[in-house]
Design a protein around this ligand. Structure first.
Ligand SMILES: [Fe+2]
Length: 429
């Protein structure tokens, strides 16, 4: 039975994208020697060091997300007609790095199972995950274990994952899982209107990429020279979503041609008001080095340099990452102007002239030590920081037309008894 009918808006957009048939699973890759071990087991859990204000409200996003004037829209799109459908209104939750052990859903960290309880309470339209679903993605049955640990949450809401470096340790396992999740499992959860409501595009890149890190090819297109094609795109209502394959700087496996194809399609569609990207390895992080000359350190610039110009050209709205087990918010104007301000403003212009980068890696993996907050490296990321927080958390995004409101919800305790508090919130108007 269909749970929801697609809106008139979604129905009108079905012509823009097409669903592509499933491929077989990719071959197990060789591993790059520099990525032999995951790099984000950062230490023991500590108390929250960044908490305030009231719990999130399920009341709608404040204000009116009405269309911007033509002069404010860099893509030249026309605003919706005054007598058109009401603004799209929905929400999604983003989190990552829960890093379940295949044999245990908590491994001594009770928040790992409090997180899905809070997600259910927030009742989002869908859930996005920024990678590292499993600690050992290479284990037999790893993703069946993931589905078991999150069964109640996954039974209620469509779930859209992205590959993390722990998942990349067993990329054929992950690939089989992601195909099933986005094409089959979500359709069962949503109902018969799933294809119309989300229009998932998967395996639409026919290029033959290498799956061996010892034989990289096409490095002008795919930075690592390798891709297992786990990336995909989907749209919901007035937003376009891209999920990358970027586990670490050495697994920068998302083809730039594929990224540009989808960003261009999104911007060519006058009903798309937001572009959201999910990927694992962040482009900005104050606890990671900016760059390195010896190739041995997990740095942000070596990944960012391949995609940031495309994100700016096509006015990506917001980029969600994990890998670092913190919350960080960066606002990076296209012109490079420094924006550092903690706390940042409560409202930002949604004018296509800057991109919000959010790290939301507090889904359950070991914390880096939160009291005090981990120190900030005073490199490029430092100049754009708007907020930082440490502890287990999820990020909620509420969309009402052109307006986007982000709330970061901290979770402390177990599935049977936990406290939630809003650490940070801001709105794009
Ligand atoms: Fe990671």
């Amino acid at each position: 039975m269909p749970r929801r009918d697609p809106s008139a808006r979604a129905r009108g957009l079905l012509l823009a994208l097409s669903l592509v048939a499933l491929p077989g699973c990719g071959a197990e890759p060789g591993s790059p020697s520099v990525d032999a071990a995951p790099r984000d087991s950062l230490g023991a859990e500590q108390p929250l060091a960044f908490a305030d204000s009231a719990p999130p409200s399920d009341a709608g996003v404040p204000g009116d997300g009405g269309p911007l004037a033509d002069a404010q829209r860099r893509d030249g799109a026309k605003p919706p007609a005054k007598d058109g459908p009401p603004p799209a209104s929905y929400s999604f939750v983003v989190f990552g790095d829960n890093q379940f052990a295949t044999a245990s859903c908590t491994s001594g960290i009770p928040e790992r199972l409090a997180i899905p309880k809070e997600v259910l309470k927030l009742a989002p339209t869908m859930i996005l995950h920024v990678g590292d679903l499993m600690d050992h993605g290479q284990d037999a049955g790893a993703y069946a274990a993931f589905e078991g640990c999150y069964s109640a949450m996954l039974a209620k809401h469509p779930f859209f994952p992205t590959l993390g470096n722990h998942d990349a340790l067993g990329v054929s396992n992950y690939k089989a899982y992601v195909e099933k999740q986005i094409l089959t499992s979500n359709a069962k959860v949503w109902g018969s209107g799933y294809k119309a409501a989300f229009n998932v595009v998967y395996n639409d890149d026919s290029t033959a990429y290498s799956t061996s890190f010892s034989k990289p090819t096409l490095t002008n297109i795919v930075p690592s020279g390798v891709s297992f094609k786990t990336f995909y795109a989907f749209r919901h209502e007035n937003a376009y979503f891209l999920s990358f394959e970027s586990g670490t700087r050495w697994w920068t496996n998302t083809p730039k041609t594929w990224v540009e194809k989808h960003l261009k399609a999104a911007r060519a569609d006058p009903t798309i008001e937001h572009i959201f990207v999910i990927l694992h390895h962040p482009f900005y992080a104050t606890t990671m080095v900016e760059t390195t000359n010896d190739g041995s350190t997990d740095a942000v610039e070596p990944v960012r340099k391949h995609y940031e110009a495309l994100f700016q050209k096509y006015d990506v709205t917001m980029v969600f990452a994990g890998h670092v087990h913190l919350y960080e918010h960066f606002y990076v104007p296209d012109d490079g102007t420094t924006t550092r301000q903690i706390p940042g403003p409560k409202s930002y212009p949604h004018d296509g002239k800057g991109i919000h980068y959010i790290i939301t890696g507090g889904g359950g993996g070991p914390l880096p030590g939160c009291s005090p907050l981990p120190g900030e490296r005073k490199e490029k990321s430092y100049s754009y920081t708007q907020a930082r927080g440490c502890g287990y958390h999820v990020t909620r995004v509420q969309v009402k037309g052109k307006q986007v409101t982000v709330s970061v919800v901290g979770v402390k305790g177990s599935a049977t008894s936990y406290a939630a508090s809003t650490w940070d919130s801001f709105t794009l108007n």
